[in-house]
Design a protein around this ligand. Structure first.
Ligand SMILES: NC(=O)c1ccc[n+]([C@@H]2O[C@H](COP(=O)([O-])OP(=O)(O)OC[C@H]3O[C@@H](n4cnc5c(N)ncnc54)[C@H](O)[C@@H]3O)[C@@H](O)[C@H]2O)c1
Length: 372
């Protein structure tokens, strides 16, 4: 396929994240949303009507009957497997939202198939594409970070009117736990910025220890606290709770001997501080979603980013989708920052942490011999 060719894309799962990715894809004249599939057919029909596309309630039928160039898999964590396997069988490159699943054996099976078939894949750990994260990665590549703390300290995150339709997000069996569903972004970022994880431990406060007024089916741990030791010897702690209605949201602070990188909010805006003995302490703020020319001047003088990258950083979904689409067209996955096999490493850590949290006594689980 040539870069100027038009691509036909199918969507499995027509909920909130489908709308998010479609906002980006609508801005791409070379991509046609050609087909929609949802177990709730009416959701596929609504999007099918908007885009003059075909609709299905069964992904295997969609893949058999449509001539798709790529597939977006945007289903909840418990619903993975069928779409991925159908795409692999027809050698259709796919983008899949994080988390990639709740069943590690299934994720490993898909990861092996993807690797064997050399299929182009991308996973929605989109924070890797943020210019703030790229800037920190560049700085930490020559000044290794040794300590980090952060996490997701929030209330339930789900508006009351969505509790029925998107209530799966409050259930352990459907999400794989709160860390898998939300804080997994933080675990993935830590891997990206600090390297591979060697050992983890975790404690948890079980459902309703602190959180009341929740639906009957809520069974997430109220709090999870995780410790990680990296191959480099660096240490980090991550915490996740949905019991803090007045919590301070998403935060991550990472320290090396010269730099402190403080990420805040869903956007992962960055406050970067540098301090060296005998030198002036410097502090700069870089906004992830709305770059200014002042930001740009600072980062350019620190050789962090090119102008194109700084501009593209303004819309992270557009950025990750464009990279995936271009990879499919060119056949070159080099710019995809989280392929399926890469996301599998994050999933292995998260799902092991979850098992550890369930034991709730700080057992060490080592990744030393995992052979990947
Ligand atoms: N990257 C991010 O920051 C981010 C943000 C929010 C959600 N997500 C992830 O995206 C995924 C989807 O979340 P969402 O908010 O769109 O959920 P949603 O509930 O709004 O939509 C999911 C849709 O998938 C459909 N579905 C379920 N099982 C299916 C199946 N087997 N085949 C076809 N359709 C099926 C549901 O009917 C629903 O319409 C989740 O894994 C979530 O964790 C990622």
């Amino acid at each position: 396929m040539n870069l100027e060719d038009t691509m036909k894309v199918g969507f499995v799962g027509c909920g909130m994240m489908a709308l998010r990715h479609l906002e980006a894809i609508k801005k791409m004249p070379d991509v046609i949303p050609a087909s929609f599939c949802d177990v709730d057919l009416w959701k596929a029909e609504a999007l099918g009507h908007e885009f003059d596309a075909t609709v299905y309630s069964d992904v295997e039928r969609m893949i058999d009957e449509e001539n798709l160039d790529a597939l977006y898999i945007l289903v909840p964590a418990f619903a993975h497997g069928k779409a991925e396997k159908a795409a692999i069988a027809k050698w259709i490159p796919f983008f899949v939202e994080k988390p990639i699943g709740i069943d590690l054996d299934l994720c490993r099976e898909i990861g092996d198939l993807v690797a064997k078939e050399r299929l182009i894949t991308s996973v929605g750990y989109h924070n890797r594409y943020r210019r703030t994260v790229q800037a920190a990665r560049e700085i930490f590549s020559s000044d290794p970070p040794f300590l980090a703390y952060g996490g997701w300290v929030t209330g339930l995150l789900l508006p009351k009117d969505q509790i029925k339709t998107r209530g799966w997000g409050l259930q352990r069996q459907k999400t794989g736990g709160r860390l898998n569903e939300t804080g997994g972004h933080t675990i993935d970022l830590l891997r990206y910025l600090m390297g591979e994880v060697l050992e983890v431990f975790a404690f948890a406060a079980p459902p309703r220890s602190f959180l009341s007024y929740v639906p009957d089916f809520y069974d997430l741990n109220d709090i999870e606290l995780i410790g990680l030791r990296f191959e480099s010897g660096a240490l980090a702690t991550v915490y996740v709770t949905v019991a803090a209605n007045a919590g301070n949201g998403i935060n991550l602070s990472i320290f090396s001997s010269t730099y402190a990188a403080h990420f805040t909010g869903w956007e992962h805006n960055l406050r970067l501080i540098s301090a060296q003995p005998g030198k002036e302490r410097k502090e700069q703020t870089l906004m992830a979603e709305s770059p200014t020319w002042e930001d740009w001047d600072y980062w350019r003088t620190h050789n962090c980013l090119s102008l194109n990258e700084a501009k593209a950083g303004a819309d992270v979904f557009f950025q990750e989708d464009r990279v995936f689409i271009d990879a499919v067209k060119s056949g070159n996955p080099g710019k995809i920052l989280t392929t399926y096999p890469e996301a599998l490493k994050t999933a292995e850590i998260i799902l092991e942490i979850q098992r550890c949290a369930d034991k709730n006594h700080g057992t060490l689980i080592s990744f030393e011999n995992r052979g990947r």
